[in-house]
Every structure is written in structure tokens, then in C-alpha cells.
Design a protein around this ligand. Sequence first.
Ligand SMILES: Cc1cc2nc3c(=O)[nH]c(=O)nc-3n(C[C@H](O)[C@H](O)[C@H](O)COP(=O)(O)OP(=O)(O)OC[C@H]3O[C@@H](n4cnc5c(N)ncnc54)[C@H](O)[C@@H]3O)c2cc1C
Length: 251
Amino acid sequence: MGEATTEDWIELRLGNRRDWAEQLATFVFDGWEADFDAGQYVTLAKPIDGSLIQRHYSIASRPGDPLELYLTIVPEGALTPYLFAMEPGDHLLCWPGPRGKFTLDKVPDARDLWLVGTGTGLAPFLSMLRDGKVWQRFEHVVLVHSVRFGEDLGYRAEIEEMAEKSAGRLRYVPATSREGSDGAIEGRITVALDDGRLEAMAGLSLTATESQVMLCGNPAMLEDMKTRLESRGMLIHRKFRPGCVHMEKYW
Ligand SMILES: Cc1cc2nc3c(=O)[nH]c(=O)nc-3n(C[C@H](O)[C@H](O)[C@H](O)COP(=O)(O)OP(=O)(O)OC[C@H]3O[C@@H](n4cnc5c(N)ncnc54)[C@H](O)[C@@H]3O)c2cc1C
């Protein structure tokens, strides 16, 4: 939260929205023209009851395309109920520049890149895949998308099409924790890592020598994955102690 001063902020206009499920939608905005690197986020703001409520959102679009965000509503949350009430043509404040360091230039070279997102934690990885620079650095990319229900697998058709065109380089691993869904791992991805199903579906092994791993979304899942990766000798990457795990926590 901050004071309700709105100078320095820019106004975005909602161009269109696509609702994937009751609590899940993609919003495309006009009016944001800053350069950014895939993996960065924007800060949206709205004055509510005398305070400027500010929240961060990963950018799902390719650099250069209109700003696209992938959002879930937190029904009792401060900002998202306002976002989900927006219709095309409505306006919202946004910080004029991009933020964040969850970008590929911070990731050391390796043969394989694993992108593991829960829910809307898919967004930065969509931007990276749409951007395409990832293919100059990595032989394979495994995109693991963990959600509760099949209907929460937003962008599935677009990702499957990218995987089909990639000649085997992009491996898509959807996972649904609360129900079975065609072609998806059933259950938690941590359990699927423990029992081998995750690597089997990817057709690749997660190892400290061959893999870099980016984790994004639900902090409990990120911690559970981190613990398991550490037990394989895969440590959080730091500037002065290179490792292979990178994290963006949403709360
Ligand atoms: C770097 C960064 C990038 C982010 N990118 C996205 C994004 O691309 N899409 C997105 O939907 N959210 C994203 N978030 C979360 C977002 O900033 C807000 O926290 C979220 O929209 C809730 O805001 P609120 O004011 O409605 O709820 P608040 O009143 O702030 O309530 C926060 C609570 O909502 C829950 N929550 C927050 N985010 C989520 C979520 N994504 N899924 C489920 N539960 C959640 C948690 O329990 C959290 O404690 C990101 C957060 C960070 C730090």
C-alpha cells in the first residue's frame, strides 16, 4: 500500500479480456509501451479508500506486443476483485517501467531449461517462449504447468502448438492436482518428481549438470520443489555461488 498519489503513473486501457474459467482470465491492455525482458513484471495500482493499492503482475506477452497479463481473482483480495470487474475500455494505473530480475540473462548455460509454474505462474514462461530467445541458449525446454483442475490449464492449445512445431525441443507437462485431465499428470508435481512421472513425461532427467530450473508462483510449491532439488545437489543460483534453481514467489 502507498499514499494515493497518482502522478508518475500511466493510465492503461483494457483492450480485451479472455475468461478461461470463473476465477482465471487474460487481460490485454493498451497504453504501455516500455521495453522489457521476458520474465519481468509490471505494477498495477488503484486508489481505494485513500490508499494507492499496488500489486505486481508478470508479463505474459512477447516484448513488443500489447501488454498481456494472466490473472486469477482472490475473492477477498484488495485489488483483484476490481480487476475482474473491468470491461474493455476501462482504465487502470500502471508504473511506467518494467521490474524484476527473473529473466534468462540471469540463468547460466545448460543443456536443458525447466520452467515450472503453478497457476498464473505460467505467465513469465509464456513471454519467454513467445519471445523465442530461449532457443539460442538451450537444447530442450520443459514447461511444467501445475494447476488444480483441467479448466485451469490456460493457454494449453497455444503451448501444444508451440511444442508440435519445436521438433521435440519443447516438452509440455501439464499437471492437475484435484482431478484427472487428458494428457496431464494427476496429482502434485512434487509427488510426480519423487516417483519419476515428471521426468518420464518430459523424457529428460533433472540433474545439476544438465538442467537449469526456473520456479514461479505459489510459494509453498516453490519451497517444496526447492527442497527436492537441493537433495539432488541443485542449489539456488547466487551471483557468487552459481547454482541451477531460480525462483519468483507470487506471495
Ligand atoms: C513478482 C510478482 C509477480 C506476480 N504475477 C502475478 C501474475 O502474473 N498473475 C497473478 O494472478 N498474480 C500475480 N502476482 C500476485 C499479485 O501481485 C497479487 O498478490 C494478487 O493478484 C492478489 O492481489 P489482491 O490485492 O487481490 O489480494 P491481496 O489482498 O494482496 O491478498 C494476497 C493473498 O492472495 C493470495 N494470492 C496472491 N496471488 C495469488 C495467485 N496468483 N494465485 C492464487 N492466490 C494468490 C495469497 O494467499 C496472498 O496471501 C504476482 C506477485 C509478484 C510478487
